[in-house]
Design a protein around this ligand. Structure first.
Ligand code: ADP
Length: 175
């Protein structure tokens, strides 16, 4: 059984095996949740991001890479790059679903059992929140169905109340 939990809070405070960062393709840090994770976790995270960038040239939209979590209470940070919202006809739902699926796959491959996600792409990248929440929940459910027991807990950490209410509605209406 995999438990899905929704929290209204700050992802940098979560004592889980992995937290997911909504990074950009350079992996060199940015604003929003990305800035908060690097600030709270310290320079060790960026040092590993630089190594990955030098090795493979960053991270493409929808893909994911893993680093240390530095000083954070989490064990690892999984960096994924969400799509920039560009009207919805540019593969945005597919790319956003890939962020969740590829992050979960990386967690599984690394033997990590609890993972916390922010609301990827719903900040600076402008993805409409309700649509993003539906994509996120569907992708996570599909991964759980196809990877039975790989993850023990998947947490959606909602920073703003609007996202929190949307996730509560989606999960309540489907259970
Ligand atoms: P993106 O570029 O993918 O849109 P942002 O960081 O701008 O990334 O926003 C993604 C989501 O992360 C937004 O819903 C924002 O409110 C949220 N967020 C910002 N700071 C934090 C935090 N410390 N913990 C969890 N979520 C956060």
């Amino acid at each position: 059984m995999t438990k899905i939990t929704i929290i209204h809070g700050d992802i940098t405070k979560q004592p889980v095996d992995a937290i997911v960062n909504a990074a950009n393709s350079s992996l060199m840090g940015g604003g929003g949740v990305d800035g908060a994770i690097h600030r709270a976790g310290g320079p060790g995270i960026l040092a590993e991001c630089v190594e990955i960038r030098d090795r493979q040239g960053g991270c493409k939209t929808g893909e994911a890479v893993i680093t240390t979590a530095g000083r954070l209470p989490a064990k690892k940070v999984i960096h994924t790059v969400g799509p920039v919202w560009n009207g919805g006809q540019h593969n945005e739902p597919f790319l956003l679903a890939n962020c969740y699926t590829n992050s979960l796959r990386l967690a599984k491959e690394n033997g990590l059992h609890s993972i916390a996600f922010p609301n990827i792409s719903t900040g600076i990248y402008g993805y409409p929140k309700a649509q993003a929440a539906n994509v996120a929940v569907a992708a996570v459910r599909s991964f759980i169905d196809n990877n039975y027991g790989a993850l023990k807990e998947i947490i959606f950490v909602c920073f703003d109340e609007e996202n929190y209410n949307l996730y509560m509605q989606i999960l309540e209406s489907a259970s």
